[in-house]
Design a protein around this ligand. Structure first.
Ligand SMILES: *Cc1c(COP(=O)(O)O)cnc(C)c1O
Length: 434
């Protein structure tokens, strides 16, 4: 299947080209030409299928034309080596726990899938080496580094702002070694992102080495996230019979995750409507209210993985709905919360339901609590384990939060990083020597 750019200026791309390029040359995001609906028989029996079986059916609809069935099956099964349980929190609200993967956040799914797909294309096309550049404020770097660890033919450079990520986060991408290099940039996250962008635009550098990004703009990272929306529906149907209208709430930053869910809905997945929960970076919420999209510089919040002032995947949402504000607003509603409200929700949900939310999931839980209409049931995406935000969460509930063994294992490793100036010339010279 071919992919077009949301800016419509670049030529169409094959899946391999879209995955290796990441962003289209006209700076648009790639979209598949068609989104195949799955047959009613699939939805009738979905509650009898395993996560892997469901994901293989969905993956086949996206990628079946481009990848041999047995290869795709192996990539999917290898990606999903952990469960994504749907857990009831209150009478009408369920949590889809996306934090049981290697780095305890939902980005593991997309990162692991993309690493394996890119590895396949590198082998198939006989490429020597592809270099993945990723700027991170925390979670993306750890998911990408761990997802790509040991994949042959790929080198990963993680750029992160010195002193601005938590120790747990830093350990998750600085202790791995092998094909992962951590660059500790003397600057902010925006500086890291600017370095990556400049690298993609530098002709000399691109002649010297093949560069790609592992951001959620990459189709191989964002599409696989659809898998767990289908699995959530299957579990809900199994647990409840699935009679009431179902609402899905997604704590959103760059809007890759919710866009994957909207693709699922387009494929016939019976989710009635979506809620996009924002922190104070509420650009999408304001768009829903006014019909005008006004990006702003991001502001720091305690749900920091959602501190995005100009969500990249908004271009995909707009494209999916033919640019119609009315159509978007009829499928998606919004919510926005301050740090105080997020903290209050973490505390209250812990006290009342004995369920410990992380600050991102708290936005999701609260938006459902306030937004469910009569007769509806809802699930929110619990996007990370609360222990990833240990200090914040402990401060809120005034109790210690245990660190899962998986996370503890990272803490044993020794940090290895290369100091990097925030000026592009220094970064370029470093890459030219690789
Ligand atoms: C990345 C991230 C988000 C935001 O997801 P988007 O796809 O960028 O909207 C939410 N919560 C956590 C924990 C994240 O790491």
């Amino acid at each position: 299947m071919n992919y077009y750019s949301t800016n419509h200026q670049s030529p169409d791309a094959t899946l391999a080209e879209a995955v290796v390029k990441g962003l289209a040359p006209d700076r648009g995001l790639y979209m598949p030409y068609s989104i195949k609906a799955l047959p009613p028989s699939f939805y009738d029996t979905i509650d009898t299928l395993s996560f892997q079986d469901i994901a293989c059916r969905v993956a086949d609809a996206f990628f079946g034309e481009d990848i041999p069935a047995d290869t795709l099956h192996d990539i999917v099964c290898d990606t999903l080596n952990f469960d994504v349980p749907l857990v009831q929190v209150s009478e009408r609200i369920y949590s889809l726990e996306l934090f049981h993967g290697p780095t305890l956040a939902f980005k593991d799914v997309g990162a692991r899938f993309m690493a394996r797909l890119l590895g396949y294309f590198i082998r198939k096309e006989g490429k020597k080496q592809v270099n993945v550049l990723v700027a991170t404020s925390g979670d993306t770097g750890s998911a990408v580094a761990n997802g790509f660890l040991g994949v042959e033919g790929i080198r990963v450079y993680v750029l992160y702002p010195k002193g601005k990520v938590s120790e747990i986060q830093e350990k998750q991408f600085t202790t791995l070694g092998q094909n992962i290099t951590a660059l500790e940039v003397d600057g902010t996250f925006d500086n890291c992102q600017a370095l990556v962008k400049s690298a993609f635009m530098d002709k000399e550098l691109n002649r010297h080495m093949e560069l790609t990004s592992a951001n959620s703009i990459n189709v191989a990272r964002f599409l696989p996230q659809a898998f767990y929306y289908f699995y959530a529906y299957a579990q809900w149907k199994r647990q409840t019979g699935g009679k009431t209208p179902l609402v899905c709430c997604v704590p959103s930053g760059n809007f890759g995750n919710i866009t994957a869910g909207l693709f699922g809905k387009r494929m016939g997945l019976p989710i009635g409507r979506f809620i996009a929960a924002n922190n104070r970076n509420d650009i999408f919420y304001q768009y829903l209210r006014t019909g005008i999209y006004t990006p702003r510089p991001s502001i720091a919040t305690i749900a920091n993985a959602m501190d995005v002032g100009d969500p990249s995947n908004f271009a995909r949402v707009l494209d999916l709905y033919g640019g119609s504000h009315e159509a978007i607003a009829s499928d998606i509603s919004g919510a926005t919360y301050t740090d105080e409200q997020i903290a209050e929700t973490v505390r209250h949900t812990w006290e009342k339901h004995h369920y410990l939310l992380d600050p991102h999931g708290a936005c999701g839980f609260r938006a459902l609590s306030e937004g469910l209409r009569d007769g509806e049931t809802g699930f929110f995406l619990e996007t990370a384990h609360p222990a990833k935000f240990k200090d914040t969460v402990e401060h809120i509930i005034q109790e210690p939060v245990a660190i899962p063994a998986k996370l503890q294992a990272f803490m044993q490793g020794e940090k290895q990083s290369i100091p990097m100036d925030k000026e592009f010339e220094a970064f370029k010279q470093f890459l030219m020597k690789q």
